[in-house]
Design a protein around this ligand. Sequence first.
Ligand code: ADP
Ligand code: MG
Length: 218
Amino acid sequence: MSTARENQKFKELNISKETLKAVKNMGFRQMTDIQNEVIPKALDGSDIVATAKTGSGKTLSFLIPAIEMVTKFKQKQATFCIIVSPTRELAIQTHSVLEDILGFHDNLTSALIIGGENRQAQSIQLSKGVHIVIATPGRLFDHMRTKEFEYKNVCCLILDEADKIFQYGFEEDLKQIINRLPKNRQTMLFSATHSETTEALIKSAMKDDFHTINTNED
Ligand code: ADP
Ligand code: MG
């Protein structure tokens, strides 16, 4: 049985007024269960493995901490955060939520790097050093093998729908991506279900003291 527990409101979080304004503009005041669990820990820089069913609000639970982290470094034009999505559709959708929040921030940049789009144009965009990159695994790895994309400043990696990344055959790309990124970073893994496949990835990608959050079980 679930206990009646009031989740925190977004305004109670230690976040920028720009992000808060954007969330308010989306019509949200109170956090969902997963947001309530994830956001405070993620803001502290912890590694996180979060399992919560579809529609529970996982997107904002990683976008808000990612944006807040990047605001600290935004003077420098470099890539600090990479979000990996299993499909073009999900990447596009997540990018659109990100843009909604970034609309209230000055000088924060993002790029959508997905397969099927012009590589050269993406390469030019990446070479300028965009703060947050949302990408599908295959195309991201392609760019990581070029000198145009500088990723040595990346300090936050987010894997959304991690189970699907495996399911769709991107395991090898993902391993290569993780291997090449700076080791000293925050990693957050999100999934609707927990599986043994993600278990191995978790061990290789996370710091030992990561937080496990599962709102599917009460
Ligand atoms: P998930 O990734 O867990 O499947 P999403 O992040 O896509 O879920 O969110 C599902 C829906 O819930 C979206 O329409 C989103 O706009 C909405 N939503 C997110 N956070 C909140 C909130 N705090 N209050 C109300 N609705 C929310
Ligand atoms: Mg989602």
